[in-house]
Design a protein around this ligand. Structure first.
Ligand SMILES: *Cc1c(COP(=O)(O)O)cnc(C)c1O
Length: 367
């Protein structure tokens, strides 16, 4: 179904795309991918970038590059998109799920500590901590990184939604051992399918690139010793990425302005993800918690009737039939967010569209 006002939509910038493609007329198309990787690496100031065909593939490669596999445990948030967790299963490892905290809605450092202590008592040391910056809001990285480094556990940052967001001046996706981004259709910037893995560790980057290209050994013939994947990004997607990078700041600022207007006009009706002096969100999606489940339902149905797209916040992984048996450390917060929270449209053709949404919500006179 297409909505008159979609949640998050990136129209194809045909002019910018054809300009970029024209620059590569007469060059080898693989150069486009190499240049996109270089542009990304410059953008976030991390030396190694591997462009792949999805954010999910980037997470899979991150786990493999760190040597995580059968029987291993990876700690991850329960309040996230399923693509954070599925790759843990691809490698035969087991996720242990952690609830979120009230300020950023990301991994609760206290529950993380509790999980690690409880696993350690059973002789289990997690092989990685997967951190998500949900809806673009940086997680409590200082607390999480302190715990991780005290325990000697590497961090994988799933920054799929948070390109451009920062914590104490550091960009999300650049603080852990490996960071990943997604460029799928509805993310802040898009390649219409794509992702990237960024790291300071040249060995991890090399291993990821090797596995992403069918694990082909460097021989003059096809030589294979390992099961690999077909995960590299295509030149056309990379060309789209090169068009998008110059617009990242502008697009993020636009989403941030949209968030600020929701906050200003709807503050009395609900609760929002909080920034403070150390956390700057890219506001990929503007999200709101209403006081009651029934209010959320009313608003979804009203906006839907007006062809305006909304989505409930993530259904927590520990409530998914797929993952409900996984070990979880819970406070009830993710369940509450799922029950009462809503993602609102976060990019518009004009401000009138946003004011229409605000008026519809206010017109319900719920509190
Ligand atoms: C979008 C997303 C992914 C996966 O990215 P794809 O490019 O769609 O594979 C992973 N994690 C999170 C948190 C996401 O939002």
């Amino acid at each position: 179904m297409t909505y008159r006002i979609p949640l998050s939509y990136n129209p194809i910038n045909v002019l910018a795309l054809s300009n970029v493609l024209n620059e590569y007329a007469g060059k080898h198309h693989n150069q486009i991918v190499t240049d996109f990787e270089r542009a990304l690496s410059t953008l976030v100031n991390v030396p190694h970038a591997v462009a792949v065909n999805s954010g999910t593939a980037a997470i899979h490669l991150a786990l493999l590059a760190m040597g995580i596999g059968k029987g291993d445990v990876v700690i991850a948030p329960t309040f996230t998109y399923v693509a954070t967790i599925n790759p843990i299963m691809y490698v035969g490892a087991t996720p242990v799920l952690i609830d979120c905290e009230p300020e950023t809605w990301n991994m609760d450092p206290n529950l993380l500590k509790e999980a690690i202590n409880s696993l350690k008592k059973r002789g289990v040391i997690p092989k990685a901590i997967m951190v998500v910056h949900t809806y673009g809001m940086p997680a409590k990285m200082e607390e999480i990184m302190t715990i991780a480094s005290n325990e000697g556990i590497p961090i994988i940052e799933d920054a799929a939604e948070s390109l451009g967001a920062s914590y104490k001046g550091k960009l999300t996706g650049t603080m852990g051992g490996i960071g990943i981004y997604s460029f799928n259709n509805n993310k802040s910037i898009t390649t219409y399918g794509g992702g990237a893995l960024l790291t300071n560790n040249s060995q991890w980057a090399e291993k990821a690139r090797f596995l992403a290209s069918q694990a082909r050994e460097s021989q003059p013939y096809y030589e294979h010793k390992t099961v690999g994947f077909n995960y590299l990004m295509s030149p056309l997607n990379a060309a789209m990425g090169l068009c998008e990078i110059p617009f990242l700041t502008e697009k993020n600022e636009s989403r941030r302005r949209i968030f600020s207007l929701y906050l200003k006009l709807l503050d009395s009706l609900g609760e929002f993800q909080k920034e403070d002096y150390e956390r700057v969100s890219n506001r990929w999606l503007s999200t709101i918690l209403f006081p009651k489940y029934s209010i959320k339902l009313l608003i979804i149905s009203l906006l839907n009737k007006n062809s305006i797209e909304t989505r409930p916040l993530w259904k927590p992984m520990h409530l998914q039939p797929l993952y409900c048996n996984m070990e979880s450390y819970l406070s009830g917060m993710a369940e509450n967010h799922f029950a009462t929270g809503l993602c609102l449209p976060s990019c518009f053709e004009n401000e009138k569209q946003q004011l229409e949404i605000v008026e519809l919500i206010k017109g319900l006179h719920v509190k």
